[in-house]
Design a protein around this ligand. Structure first.
Ligand code: ADP
Length: 490
């Protein structure tokens, strides 16, 4: 079953609440009116009983017989209005007065025991409604029961008129309430319709469009602002993906066309074995580069989709970086560069993924080696500073100009495209390094000047673990340059 729209549901709620309120108000008013009207009648009846009491009190003659009293009562009440529906009888059940209307309608006397306090009842005499009081009174040492009534037709007519008006007005009021509710809900929800229409029309081709900006200062404005912020984020993400795809395709095109050209040239004429081997070596080299590039592109894609997750554990940086230093020393030296290491001789515990940290160092050291012509120096340092572990990879290479320093962490950005490509660079390494550092809640920065080399400084938050030695000790650095003995670096 199709669900009702919010507008219709609001209207129904409005209607239900109004109906309940009207019912409550109507019934309440009717009860109050009824109570008031009967209250007025009851006051009149009480006054009549008091009148009878004073009449009986005035009959003071000693030894007055019932017959005499009956005579006096007839004289007093037969022609009186107040006697029209009156009957009086004593404790022995002798009638003192009985209005003819009551005799005709055979209104029986109530038992005196039940009438200690005035008791009011509604009685039908013939076709007419009446309000009656029955009360036992004690006069001159004798008990009498007085019963008297007044017509209640006016009261009932007023009450039924009131009820009629209520029933007549109720549908009108409810109709007005429903129409008002519908109009109000339509008015309140009109901006939502507009937002829905725009949101529905937004797709990949017009992600730059925004829903109408409301200035109502209420929930609807918050909704439109939130939607626009969300659209902005989606647009950003969409543009990044599109850009990534374009950049990735562009990066892949070069090595693939190099492989193709190499193969085409080799096949153009028949050649000797050595020439074929040389061509295949080139093809293999480019294929390896392409594999590395594809690996890195996959890493980036996984980081974007949130599927590349790190496994952070308490890691002793000193030993992890010492290991890396040992692995890299040989490679650096094989390029005729001097390798220096200065690693704090203490436990610097960080929450880190060991493999990711090694990858980060590999990216920075690889760059240092790539962009430092021999004879130069590549240095790896680790120290504890306040509540941070600081890793520095410094080189004495070509340096980076200031404008490029701000952009080298962007994907596919290369300060010198030709040189980077020639050295096997693809402009992705530092973007991955940046992501790794961010995942460790750290920071990475570069200081560099042309001709004087570059320093990449990574800061990672230290863990307050028992494994961490006192800071003074942690800050003690041991210079472990190439000529220094292997130990006690780690
Ligand atoms: P690439 O694979 O091209 O080296 P990276 O993302 O690692 O990509 O680095 C981006 C760019 O930053 C490099 O192309 C290079 O221009 C510059 N760069 C990075 N490290 C250094 C460095 N140690 N010395 C000089 N330039 C560097």
């Amino acid at each position: 079953m199709r669900k009702l729209s919010i507008g219709s549901r609001l209207t129904l709620w409005y209607l239900a609440i109004f109906t309940a309120a009207e019912l409550f108000f109507g019934v309440g008013m009717w009860l109050v009116l009824r109570q008031d009207l009967y209250g007025i009648a009851d006051d009149a009846l009480t006054a009549q009983v008091e009148d009878v009491a004073s009449f009986l009190k005035s009959q003071k003659k000693k030894n007055m017989t019932v017959d005499k009293l009956r005579e006096e009562a007839s004289e007093a009440y037969v022609l009186e209005h107040s006697g029209d529906f009156l009957q009086i009888y004593d404790a022995d059940g002798n009638w003192l007065f009985r209005a003819s209307s009551l005799v005709q309608n055979q209104v029986e006397a109530l038992t005196p025991a039940a009438t200690k306090r005035p008791s009011f009842t509604n009685i039908q005499l013939g076709s007419k409604p009446f309000r009656f009081v029955t009360q036992r009174i004690e006069v001159n040492g004798r008990a009498y029961t007085v019963q008297t009534g007044v017509p209640a037709d006016q009261i009932i007519a007023t009450l039924s008129r009131f009820r009629r008006y209520l029933l007549m007005l109720a549908p009108l009021v409810l109709f007005a309430a429903a129409s008002g509710g519908y109009w109000l809900s339509r008015k309140a929800l009109r901006p939502v319709d507009a937002i829905t229409r725009t949101a529905r029309s937004i797709g990949g081709g017009n992600l730059g469009d925004r829903v109408e900006k409301l200035t109502t200062g209420d929930e609807l404005q918050r909704l439109s602002d939130t939607l626009n912020e969300m659209l902005k984020r989606i647009e950003g993400a969409f543009l990044r993906v599109t850009q990534f795809t374009a950049d990735a395709s562009h990066e892949l095109r070069t090595p693939i066309s190099l492989i193709r050209t190499e193969a085409e040239i080799a096949l153009r004429k028949s050649r000797g074995n050595e020439e074929y081997r040389e061509a295949l070596r080139h093809v293999l080299l480019e294929a390896e580069k392409t594999s590395t590039l594809v690996e890195e592109l996959l890493t980036l894609a996984r980081t974007d989709s949130g599927r590349e997750s790190l496994h952070l554990t308490l890691l002793d940086l000193c030993s992890a970086i010492g290991e890396t230093a040992n692995e890299w020393r040989q490679l650096v030296e094989s390029r005729n560069l001097q390798f220096r290491q200065a690693i704090a001789n203490s436990d610097l515990a960080v929450l880190a993924d060991r493999r990711a940290i090694q990858r980060l160092l590999a990216i920075l050291l690889d760059n240092a080696v790539k962009y430092t012509p021999p004879p130069g120096v590549v240095e790896l340092r680790l120290e504890g500073r306040d509540d941070k572990a600081v890793i520095t990879v410094r080189d004495s290479g070509i340096g980076i100009i200031e404008q490029d320093q701000a952009r080298i962490f962007e994907r596919f950005y290369r300060a010198d495209k030709a040189r980077s490509r020639a050295l096997g660079g693809d402009g992705i390494g530092l973007a991955i390094a940046d992501w790794i550092v961010q995942q460790h809640r750290g920071s990475i920065a570069v200081q560099s000047s042309i001709g004087n080399g570059s320093s990449f400084v990574v800061e990672l938050p230290l863990q307050p673990a028992p494994a961490v030695l006192d800071l003074a000790q942690a800050n003690t650095l041991l210079d472990c340059s190439v000529n220094a003995p292997e130990k006690p670096c780690i």
